[in-house]
Design a protein around this ligand. Structure first.
Ligand SMILES: C[S@@+](CC[C@H](N)C(=O)[O-])C[C@H]1O[C@@H](n2cnc3c(N)ncnc32)[C@H](O)[C@@H]1O
Length: 468
């Protein structure tokens, strides 16, 4: 960066609009300045934190004028916790900005003719919409400047979320507005119990401590899964914690734990032990049951996932005669959701365990026209695969944020399905892939869906039809 500018205070910068990743844009001497935690219409002083020759990044240190677009943040952890960064913006405007983000990315990257982008499908529930939260235990609690200055003897153990960009600091969460049911009560009472019983919280630097991580998953069937990760094989302490949860929360239908002595918190390669109840919970959608194990992926906003899948199914326009490929199928939720209206659905996904879940979900729902394959998409979806299976009439694709590998896009062009329904959580990579697909396809419909209120994230569904 131009060193002269680091830490420089830029005065009275008018914030003009929202850009990608939720940051807002202003200008300083002709250069773009990206600022977070502000709203279009604010006028702010900005301290420059970093930048390149073509742009600067900074933080607002003083607000001279509050935008009319602002609303009062509802959470006491706003500004510290990285969770709901947009709660200072009214929900109506959040929706508008998300839709605009889709339009901007498509105009900037895809550069293809676009139909009118439909108004975004907003969520009825803008709080307590998540069915899964993941909390970390730490003996290195994040303290605010006021807390440090108060001189009080403060508790250093914490149970909550990582501070953005700080792997070792945890903000102690008192109330989280993202998950309802008994989530807040389980977390707070477990923390109080552990403190009272002197059970150690994890030390991320030394890699020791009994309590490491807590995952709470809920379903619309009122089922609750709790998974506790322990960082030490201390059976007496493990029993104390698990008994506490079992005795005090009869609503937990699946109480599990895992001993994780590895360096990171992921547990996909570890054995999950069942302490009480079943080892899965179930979600339902239009009469279908989806079994969710501790390692299974399931969209974290169940209600909006339903809306998203309805859009994908409507765009696919199935009559019952079509062969459908569901690429990046995860646990086969979309594949099973559309199976009734298709001749056959073939789902492909990287993770073996997810494919096992996908097959199980077909089985428990009596669905017999699905086939699932596990492996890297670019390796599985090759010439041999496509000659050994019927050609798809419709391809539904829902890749991760990075979008699709170029080989996968090329294969889609060769397959020449009549329709492609492209579901994405990142309109930038979606626009990039669609630019390549535009060799044979036109964008017919664009429907953004809001899966994550109070954040800048946007999900987008695009219907591509083959050019005649
Ligand atoms: C956005 S999720 C889609 C989930 C699913 N459609 C659903 O709604 O539940 C993307 C999925 O792509 C899978 N994935 C990521 N990279 C992959 C690759 N190279 N090949 C195959 N699958 C991949 C991930 O494991 C994940 O399940």
């Amino acid at each position: 960066m131009s060193r002269k500018l680091k830490n420089k205070i830029l005065h009275r910068i008018p914030i003009e609009r929202i850009a990608a990743e939720g940051k807002c844009v202003g200008h300083y001497e002709g250069k773009v300045v990206f600022v977070s935690h502000v709203a279009p219409g604010d006028v702010v002083d900005v301290r420059v934190t970093k930048g390149k020759s073509s742009f600067l990044e900074g933080e607002a240190i003083h607000i001279h004028k509050y935008s009319e677009n602002r609303t009062e943040p509802f959470c006491e952890h706003y500004g510290t916790c990285g969770g709901c960064k947009w709660q200072h913006i009214s929900y109506e405007l959040q929706l508008e900005y998300k839709r605009q983000q889709v339009i901007d990315q498509f105009e900037r990257i895809a550069k293809v003719p676009l139909p009118e982008v439909s108004p975004i499908i907003g969520a009825k529930e803008t709080r307590y919409y998540r069915n899964k939260l993941d909390f970390t235990f730490s003996n290195n609690r994040w303290l605010t400047r006021e807390q440090i200055d108060s001189g009080e003897n403060l508790e250093r153990n914490a149970l909550g979320f990582h501070i953005p960009k700080r792997f070792d600091k945890i903000v102690d969460i008192v109330h989280c507005h993202l998950q309802g049911n008994i989530s807040n009560e389980v977390r707070n009472r477990l923390r109080d119990f552990a403190l009272k019983e002197n059970i150690s919280f994890y030390d991320m630097i030394r890699q020791e401590g009994v309590l490491r991580n807590l995952i709470i998953r809920t379903s619309s069937n009122e089922e609750i899964m709790v998974i506790v990760q322990f960082g030490e094989e201390n059976h007496a302490a493990i029993k104390k914690v698990m008994d506490f949860l079992k005795e005090n929360f009869p609503g937990i239908t699946s109480l599990l734990y895992v001993i994780n002595l590895k360096k990171n918190e992921t547990f996909h390669d570890l054995e999950i032990l069942n302490y009480h109840g079943r080892d899965y919970i179930e979600e339902k959608m239009e009469g279908l049951r989806f079994r969710i194990g501790p390692k299974s992926f399931y969209q974290t906003n169940s209600e909006q996932a339903h809306r998203l899948y309805q859009v994908a199914r409507e765009f696919a326009g199935l009559t019952g005669d079509e062969v459908v490929f569901d690429l990046y199928t995860g646990t086969g939720t979309i594949a099973n959701f559309v199976a009734q209206k298709a001749k056959q659905v073939i789902g492909i996904e990287y993770v073996d365990a997810a494919i096992e879940d996908a097959r199980l979900n077909s089985q428990i729902n009596g669905i017999e026209n699905t086939l699932f394959y596990a492996g890297d998409m670019k390796d599985i979806l090759n010439e041999e695969f496509t000659t050994n299976h019927e050609k798809p009439d419709v391809i539904i694709t829902d890749p991760p944020r990075a979008g699709m590998h170029e080989d996968v896009v090329k294969m889609m062009l060769r397959l020449e399905a009549e329709k492609i329904v492209y579901v994405s959580c990142n309109p930038a990579t979606q626009a990039r892939d669609i630019a390549l697909l535009s060799e044979k396809y036109s964008v017919n419909r664009v429907q953004p869906v809001d899966m994550f209120p109070q954040t800048y994230h946007v999900e987008n569904v695009v219907l591509l039809t083959k050019n005649k």
